[in-house]
Design a binder for this molecule. Structure first.
Ligand SMILES: NC(=O)c1ccc[n+]([C@@H]2O[C@H](COP(=O)([O-])OP(=O)(O)OC[C@H]3O[C@@H](n4cnc5c(N)ncnc54)[C@H](OP(=O)(O)O)[C@@H]3O)[C@@H](O)[C@H]2O)c1
Length: 680
């Protein structure tokens, strides 16, 4: 969920409050967008003439919620469709059925108009019957007027240029990478994996200052400089000594030209950088359009401009730019496969401005690729969750973590209610309403563990063939809402009740929030309202299915993608024991716990010879309690723990690589193995 960071104090990064920053011409031709209007990327096309209808496109009309729940009959039809789908399990059939019903209504309205004479009658009948009909549709603007063959030829040339730039670097390419978003969820995993990646000689991380506030008073406690943030980050990630000297943290802001870097820094980087990984963004599902645009579109355009200038700088060793996007740029496409290399405006719109602005950023990236000849790779993770083996997410509390933590806390509130019957009844009532969630049992979510995503990002650095492609970093084993409910019940003891999303939005949520307000729980009411509105969209039927294949074919990642059910189970356990459902927020404590957690899991797996994700919740808890004091989250015995960890590592290191679960290069080792220090 949208989440500005919070720590020992609530932390808010310093943010610009003005409008879109002035843009500067860099490189030869492309410029960042002149304004924040979607019209630069999206055109409104008349159904009648097939021509563009002039005028601005309002960002709101590009979202799903602007096109539904306008009429009781339409709400009823959506509800019925969801029920029928549960019986038939045939999405395209139900989608066709809905369209047929709409067509019948349309025909009836037209007939009434013709019979009684006039458009006014037809419009009135349409409104009465809740017929959905638009005289226009939306379409992405083409990034170029070149033919497909010409584009292919250009991309081939860019790939050859990148291959040549890599070739001159020899077998030890000593890459120098500029990274944005290093302090975020993915960024931290990139730092952790890069620390052991021998191909990379230097990482220059662009970081903005961080304002630390007191969680209660909201007073500013201190402002951390980018340098201080970087030093803290390395310490928390356990990156010391020579490994730490490969990282440099510089002040910058992606919303500014040249990423807000000092001019002498820019001049130096033009002579040294081989890659830019642009990972920073606003991953906030409920941010305003303007904020999302500034971070995601302007930020992306600034990063692309920066790279283009590098590429054209005389004597520059630049190889290529890596843009981190999201597979949800495909928006809502009922009953269809979202193909990696095809991007079309989604027939069922976008869930939020995050998705919409990331899609516009991807179109901007296409323009830089084909118009300006920037060597760029586009990587599209699906919904990223914690590490595949242990669920570690380095303190991330957004996206899927938000509802898991909310369920866990509601359950704890019921357990903590004590013996007083009144307090228990109240807690039960709260727990009951809080565990309802909008979701269709058949809806599929595409979750992918963060380690797999970062393997893909780092692999892309030395694969010129990835230039000019979109690559989904997703899974081929999607998880259904019903699996999420089952695993949540087994791991958290929470009986989540899935409600039909249409019914939930229109009936349940208003009732639940009223009940909670009456029970004097306004905070919970507002949190549930927010969760329901934000995540309801992802629990509906008709989610896109993100095609995969380029991750293996082009990037060479292992064909066996992580087991999503296992990864989700470990995320639940991690959020329960390590994060205490989001209550443990101090980053130092989070990192201490995650380190111990990774070691404990490694120890359990070694001792039992089984993957912990395949153990039942109770069995896992017993094994965990043997390693870790769950009340204090400390290793059981200091000396014993240290000894056991050292012994385990020695035993493990003597095994062949395949037996240790090492899949390939340095970037594919499980994190527990990567660290050299012991937390015990
Ligand atoms: N998380 C997911 O499920 C997911 C799924 C698909 C794709 N992605 C993509 O992966 C990328 C990283 O996501 P994440 O989950 O790591 O996000 P995150 O945890 O919210 O981190 C965002 C990062 O961007 C930085 N940032 C934002 N605005 C900035 C600015 N104006 N100047 C400099 N830095 C700025 C933040 O810095 P501060 O620390 O200063 O705020 C932070 O380091 C994004 O492009 C996202 O779209 C994420």
């Amino acid at each position: 969920m949208a989440t500005r960071k919070t720590t020992a104090g609530a932390v808010r990064p310093a943010r610009r409050t003005s409008g879109v920053p002035p843009t500067k011409r860099a490189g030869r031709s492309a410029q960042p967008p002149p304004d924040v209007s979607p019209s630069r990327y999206i055109a409104r096309i008349s159904r009648l003439t097939g021509q563009e209808i002039p005028g601005e496109v309002d960002p709101d009309e590009l979202l799903v919620h602007a096109h539904r729940d306008h009429h009781p009959l339409e709400v009823a039809a959506q509800f019925a469709a969801s029920r029928i789908l549960q019986l038939t399990k045939k999405e395209d059939l139900v989608d066709q059925g809905l369209r047929a019903v709409n067509l019948v209504g349309s025909t009836a309205a037209r007939a009434a108009g013709a019979f009684f004479g006039g458009d006014a009658v037809e419009r009135r009948v349409r409104r009465l019957l809740g017929v959905v009909g638009r005289d226009h549709y939306f379409q992405f603007r083409e990034p170029t007027h070149l033919s497909e063959g010409e584009v292919r030829e250009r991309i081939g040339k860019l790939q050859r240029e990148a291959a040549a730039a890599l070739h001159v670097r020899g077998r030890n390419p000593r890459l120098r990478v500029l990274l944005t978003g290093a302090t975020g969820f993915l960024g931290k995993e990139i730092l952790a994996q890069v620390a052991d990646d021998r191909r990379v000689e230097e990482v220059v991380a662009v970081v903005r200052p961080e304002t630390v506030r007191d969680p209660k008073t909201k007073e500013v406690v201190k402002v951390l400089s980018p340098l201080e943030r970087g030093a803290l980050l390395l310490k928390r990630l356990g990156i010391h000594g020579a490994r730490a000297r490969r990282f440099r943290f510089v002040a910058g802001d992606i919303e500014r030209p040249d990423l807000g870097l000092a001019p002498d820094e820019v001049a130096r980087l033009r002579q040294t950088l081989t890659h830019v990984i642009h990972c920073a963004a606003s991953v906030s599902f409920d941010d305003t359009y303007e904020n999302s645009f500034r971070a995601n579109v302007t930020g992306c355009a600034n990063a692309l401009c920066f790279s283009l200038a590098l590429q054209h700088a005389p004597g520059s060793p630049f190889v290529h730019h890596v843009a981190i996007e999201t597979s949800y740029i495909h928006g809502r496409k009922k009953a269809s496969l979202a193909q990696e290399n095809a991007l079309a405006f989604p027939r069922h719109f976008y869930n939020n401005f995050y998705e919409l602005t990331k899609a516009m950023a991807s179109l901007e990236t296409d323009r830089f690729l084909v118009d300006s000849g920037l060597r760029v790779v586009q990587l599209l993770p699906s919904i990223v969750i914690g590490e595949s083996r242990n669920g570690n997410n380095r303190g991330d509390t957004k996206v899927v973590n938000a509802p898991i933590n909310a369920f866990g806390r509601a359950k704890e509130a019921v357990t903590a209610a004590g013996r007083d019957p009144l307090a228990r009844a109240r807690a039960r009532a709260i727990g009951f309403v809080a565990s309802g969630f909008p979701g269709d049992p058949t809806a599929q979510l595409n979750l992918v563990p963060v380690d797999r995503v970062v393997q893909g990002i780092l692999a892309a650095l030395t694969v010129p063939a990835a230039i000019g492609t979109r690559i989904h970093l997703a899974t081929d084993n999607r998880i259904r809402s019903e699996d999420i409910v089952r695993i949540t019940r087994e791991e958290l003891g929470v009986h989540v009740r899935l409600s039909d999303p249409t019914l939930y939005r229109n009936v349940t949520l208003p009732i639940v929030t009223t009940v909670l307000e009456k029970l004097k729980e306004p905070k919970l009411a507002s949190a549930l309202g927010k969760l329901g509105t934000i995540f309801g969209s992802y629990g509906e039927w008709g989610q896109p299915i993100h095609d995969v294949g380029n991750d293996v074919r082009i990037l060479g990642l292992p064909i066996r993608r992580p087991d999503t059910r296992h990864a989700f189970r470990m995320l639940c356990r991690h959020n329960r024991y390590v994060q205490e459902y989001g209550r443990v927020r101090d980053p130092d404590e989070v990192f201490r716990r995650e380190d111990l957690w990774a070691r404990a899991i490694e120890a359990i797996e070694f001792r039992t010879g089984r993957e912990v994700a395949s153990m039942a919740a109770e069995e896992f808890r017993e094994h965990l309690a043997a390693e870790v004091d769950l009340a204090t989250f400390r290793a059981r015995t200091r000396a014993g723990g240290k000894l056991r960890a050292t012994k385990l590592r020695a035993q493990r290191d003597s095994l062949p690589r395949s037996a240790r679960g090492v899949q390939g290069g340095a970037t594919q080792r499980p994190p527990a193995q990567r660290r050299s220090r012991s937390v015990h």
